[in-house]
Design a protein around this ligand. Structure first.
Ligand code: UT7
Length: 333
């Protein structure tokens, strides 16, 4: 049976470390509040102007290809998941494709925020199993730091997010039991405005963004944190149970749980509901904050590189985020 295998993973974070104490110099917050509510101790920001999500993706892709033993020239298609695109259009995948020197290779952007990696994995899985493409690059990359509100008004959101990139190389396998065993996706647009950026917007007439909108700070992320927290801790376990059931395995068979990194408290609660001990759960949020579409491939890449997981391991992924969107997947590496 033909399945989609994760052949290798890579990641990249910029060098600028921003601690909770650094943020406390800019607006009213504290290391104690941030650590207690989210588990975050520091995050990374781009070093200077001119670095976009496509730039962070380049070293992550090179690492993923090297670890997969796949040359860039073998890549047949690019999927790029981000909520912080280089430009309103074209898709950031096109910018990345040019930077990788892969003219002609199709590039598709995935706009599903924290669930972007799992939405992208489902597209890659369909392409590979249908035989349409053989080697697919799936990237999640975010530059959040240039879109955060560094005032008291935006502090609930600003403390959570960081910049970073993760990538995987995917390809077909006929190895018994290996590859993507089960995937599920979901969305509920009734919650779209619980976590969103309003402007610029094609629905704002006569102009997509005005000085007044900027003065009203409508270009920044707004979040109903409590509502998002509640949904995340319901949907991530629900989706996880679904894929485990479909794959015919129990939580005891999960070698490693790689959840989206939005809040350590969310992941502890989800793991408790699934009865997966925390020593089998990957945590990177303490060092990188929420890197949205990048968080799952980045966390997988770190765990794989450190020897915490590897060929034959059963890995569970789960994510919830803006949209609302969510997803889960079981993959045997
Ligand atoms: O990746 C996608 C999705 N995002 C998420 O999954 C985030 C989900 N939500 C959360 O993680 C949590 O709701 C937060 C960490 C964002 C907030 O935690 P909370 O326990 O829900 O706090 P809260 O929003 O109820 O705020 C409690 C207090 C408020 O003050 P009052 O009204 O009690 O006086 C806030 O104004 O904490 C205040 N507060 C802060 N204080 C210090 C909010 N942000 C901050 C801050 N520093 N950064």
């Amino acid at each position: 049976m033909l399945r989609t295998a994760i052949l290798g993973a890579g990641h990249y974070v910029p060098s600028k470390v921003v601690t909770n104490d650094d943020l406390a110099k800019l607006f009213t917050t504290s290391d104690e509040w941030i650590v207690q509510r989210s588990g975050i101790r520091e995050r990374r920001y781009i070093e200077h102007d001119g670095i976009g999500a496509s730039d962070l993706a380049v070293p992550a892709v090179h690492m993923a290809c090297e670890r997969a033993g796949v040359a860039l020239s073998e890549i047949d298609a690019i999927l790029f998941a981000t909520l912080s695109p280089d430009a309103f259009f074209p898709g950031t995948g096109c910018f990345l494709q040019a930077k990788l020197g892969l003219p002609g290779v199709p590039a598709l952007d995935i706009r599903n925020q924290c669930s972007g990696f799992l939405y992208g994995l489902s597209v890659a899985d369909a392409w590979i199993r249908s035989g349409m493409y053989r080697r697919v690059l799936l990237v999640g990359s975010e530059v959040h730091s240039t879109g955060l509100d560094f005032t008291d008004e935006g502090r609930d959101v600003t403390v959570l997010f960081g910049d970073g990139a993760g990538a995987v190389v995917l390809g077909p396998t006929e190895e018994q039991g290996r590859g993507v065993l089960s995937l599920t996706l979901g969305a509920d647009g009734r919650g779209a405005k619980d976590l969103w950026i309003e402007a610029p917007s094609s629905a704002c007439s006569p102009e997509r963004i005005t000085h007044q909108m900027l003065d009203e700070r409508r270009q920044y992320t707004r979040m109903n944190g409590k509502q998002v927290f509640r949904w995340a801790t319901d949907k991530m376990p629900e989706a996880s149970r679904h894929v485990l059931r479909e794959a015919g395995i129990g939580t005891g068979d999960v070698d490693l749980f790689v959840p989206h990194q939005a809040n350590l408290r969310i992941n502890e609660l989800v793991a408790r509901k699934l009865e997966i001990p925390m020593d089998r759960v990957v945590t990177t949020i303490d060092r990188y904050g929420n890197t949205t579409a990048a968080s799952i491939p980045l966390s997988l890449s770190e765990a794989w590189a450190s020897g915490r997981t590897g060929p034959g391991a059963c890995v569970l992924f789960a994510a919830f985020g803006s949209g609302y969107t969510w997803g889960a997947g079981v993959v045997r590496l």
